[in-house]
Design a protein around this ligand. Structure first.
Ligand SMILES: Cc1ncc(C[n+]2csc(CCOP(=O)(O)OP(=O)(O)O)c2C)c(N)n1
Ligand code: SF4
Length: 297
């Protein structure tokens, strides 16, 4: 058992979880816990992340956590912030950990409202690019060309660029992050916790079960998404965008799509279209950036 007295914390998450082998989200969640520490309250909506809250009276978590409904993570965080203010407690971190379905689709309205109000919390959207917990359905964050159970003929439209959607609300902090760059992720979490207002991290977490690849390839695939420009890394602090993307030429997207069964059977022309989209996307993301103050390594 962990001892939660100051200085005695060993692990805020106990073993015996039922996440799939090689789950990128599970790796990312441990990194998140290592940064937020025991003085935190988590809100996690239904989805694979709910595994960390537990079932019935059993939980592997050593800090308070609450499962809201799928569309209202930011509304719960807002209510908790108001409650803590009334109680005069300002030394607790309020942290949301929600999937892409719960964020870019179903929870976008409540998140948008909370961002407009400038409420203070850290919201981490773990993006496994689909509704994975309910059978790998396509979401607004599923990339073009991917096979899912609701797009058996492939996703025909590009993903929503959620970090830019959030940035348009001008919150205190926005970052994109990848489980393949843990030091950058930890720094972004710290910056988000320190921000004087709402903080949002869009965190890329490969899913072996839904993307159809061997569980030991998770980190390699996450790194390829960044290196090909399909998931560029940057942060925006008080409106100033800084580039975190590794330096050097982009790798071809073919190196990425060939690693996963969800892209099986793509034609050369379809791969060329994805390549074009990746270049356009990275140019859009880069357009507002100042010189690279941080570089993932
Ligand atoms: C309003 C609503 N619609 C559908 C569901 C059923 N449901 C539970 S979890 C889930 C998937 C959530 O997907 P996402 O947020 O991407 O998280 P992931 O499962 O990928 O971790 C769905 C559709 C629900 N709980 N509430
Ligand atoms: S379905 Fe994907 S995201 Fe969900 S627990 Fe399994 S590997 Fe992780």
């Amino acid at each position: 058992m962990s001892d939660l007295r100051e200085g005695f914390v060993t692990d805020l998450l106990q073993p015996g979880l039922t996440t799939c082998a090689g789950c990128g989200m599970a790796i990312a969640f441990r990194l998140l816990l290592s940064q937020i520490g025991p003085r935190s309250i988590l809100v996690i909506p239904p989805g694979c992340g709910y595994i960390f809250i537990g079932m019935g009276s059993r939980t592997p978590l050593q800090i308070p956590a609450f499962m809201g409904n799928l569309g209202a993570t930011a509304a719960y965080l807002s209510g908790m912030q108001a409650g803590l203010e009334v109680l005069g407690k300002s030394d607790l971190h309020l942290v949301g950990f929600a999937g892409d379905g719960a964020t870019v689709d179903i929870g976008l309205q409540s998140l948008s409202g909370a961002l407009e109000r400038g409420q203070r919390f850290l919201y981490v959207c773990y993006d496994n690019e689909g509704y994975m917990n309910t059978g790998a359905q396509g979401s607004g964050s599923t990339p073009i060309g991917a096979l899912t159970t609701t797009t058996p003929g492939r996703k025909l439209t590009p993903r929503k660029d959620i970090a830019r959607v959030i940035a348009a609300h001008n919150p205190a902090y926005v970052a994109t992050a990848s489980v393949a760059y843990p030091e950058e992720l930890k720094r972004s979490i710290q910056r988000g916790l320190a921000a004087e207002g709402s903080a949002f991290i869009h965190l890329h977490v490969p899913c072996p079960t839904g993307w159809h690849y061997p569980p030991d390839a998770t980190i390699e695939i996450a790194r390829l998404a960044v290196e090909t420009g399909l998931f560029p890394l940057y942060e925006i602090i008080d409106g100033q965008q800084r580039w975190i993307q590794p330096t050097g030429p982009l790798r071809p997207v073919k190196d990425y799509v060939l690693t996963q069964g969800r892209f099986e059977g793509l034609t050369e022309e379809q791969i060329a279209n994805i390549q074009e989209d990746a270049i356009k996307g990275i140019e859009r993301s880069r357009a507002n950036s100042m010189g690279g103050l941080r570089h993932a390594g």
